[in-house]
Design a protein around this ligand. Structure first.
Ligand code: SF4
Length: 366
């Protein structure tokens, strides 16, 4: 079996998303890349702006965020960090729900995105109206939604979770006797249910990237690399999770790779992660978990087409022209902020961090 190691995704001319709906920016040549980086740095300074980037976006944006005093992180840390920034503008390099979450926690700031059409299959697969009707049909359950949802869906929820805190929060709810209505990722929901024993009804959404990892081919790859721990994101199918040595969010995968004595790993998450994995562990080797196999639908590159819509040109454009601004109705944002703040308070308390309600005073845990 061919082993794909990083880089696998960022300059793949065979990928049809380059010409199709995803509007993936062309790779700039070295001269243009240097010009764009200079111009973005200058515009960030001039606009009193901070760039917050997700681990799945292009390495250029991750490097720019780090070099300019911003942050590269998972969605939970992006939300926390953005709310703490003193500047007037946040640029969120990621997908739409991340921009919305940043905006609802910082309504006084301008929140810009390189491309407002960068979305997420989980968000798109859980429309606000249908979700609200589903909640109405199941009264008495505590509504827990993944961060990968619109502001409208969050506004209907009791709790928001990310993949890094979903287990802890649902275990907490289960311990106090709550029954859970879960949306939208079915694989993460299944993983959380099996590990907490909670009574959960789950929406049947999926991430189009993680859904493509293949268990049979992963088992064969493991046989070729018996020394390599398998690190898996919990949006992956249960049969893939069953082969994992570590199941966790992007930040938890990074921590596992850093803390392990192993020098070689098999990784089942978006290819964008390999940049931070390699940067933080220069002596270690990271092997992409297989997505191609008998059951594959797109011979996937394991890179989110929406995350790939973020590029340096887009960062420059939104800063220079003020395009890509996230607008949220204040009343909707106030409702959606409540379950997000519960998550932030819960995780801060678990970490012994900031006092509950530190970001949005007056909101306690449900
Ligand atoms: S990788 Fe999956 S969960 Fe993340 S933004 Fe893309 S579609 Fe959504």
């Amino acid at each position: 079996m061919a082993v794909a190691t990083f880089p696998v995704a960022f300059d793949n001319p065979a990928c049809t998303t380059r010409e199709a709906w995803a509007r993936v920016p062309q790779e700039p040549d070295p001269k243009r890349r240097a010009e764009l980086l200079d111009a973005c740095r200058e515009q960030l300074r001039a606009a009193d702006a901070t760039l917050v980037a997700h681990y799945y976006v292009h390495p250029d944006l991750q490097d720019l965020a780090q070099a300019s005093g911003g942050l590269v992180a998972d969605s939970l840390e992006m939300a926390r960090f953005g709310a703490r920034q003193p500047g007037s503008t946040l640029v969120v390099a990621g997908v739409r729900f991340m921009g919305e979450t940043a905006k609802m926690l910082s309504m006084d700031k301008r929140v810009l995105m390189p491309d407002l059409d960068a979305n997420c299959s989980l968000d798109l697969g859980c429309p606000g109206d249908a979700f609200s009707a589903w909640c109405d049909a199941h009264p008495g359950r505590t509504v827990v939604v993944y961060a990968n949802t619109s502001a409208a869906v969050k506004a209907r929820a009791d709790w928001v979770v990310t993949s890094s805190c979903a287990l802890d929060i649902v275990a907490h709810l289960h311990a106090r006797g709550d029954k859970v209505l879960w949306a939208p990722d079915r694989h993460l929901g299944d993983y959380v249910q099996r590990n907490t024993g909670a009574d959960m009804l789950a929406w049947q959404g999926a991430c189009i990237v993680h859904d493509e990892f293949k268990a049979l081919e992963l088992a064969l790859l493991k046989e070729q690399h018996p020394d390599a721990p398998v690190l898996v994101h919990p949006e992956s199918p249960p049969a893939v999770i069953a082969l994992a040595d570590v199941v966790g969010s992007t930040a938890q995968i990074l921590r596992a790779a850093r803390d392990s004595a192993a020098t070689r790993f098999i990784v089942a998450t978006d290819a964008g992660m390999f940049h931070a994995l390699q940067q933080q562990n220069p002596g270690k080797t990271f092997i992409a978990a297989p997505t191609a196999g008998n059951g594959a639908t797109c011979k996937s590159c394991a890179h989110c087409p929406w995350m790939a819509m973020n590029g340096l040109e887009g960062v420059l454009r939104c800063l220079r022209d003020g395009t890509g601004a996230i607008e949220l109705d204040p009343a909707l944002a106030a409702r959606a902020r409540v379950p997000v703040q519960r998550m932030l308070d819960f995780t801060a308390a678990r970490r012994g961090g900031a006092a509950p309600g530190a970001l949005v005073p007056g909101i306690g845990a449900a």
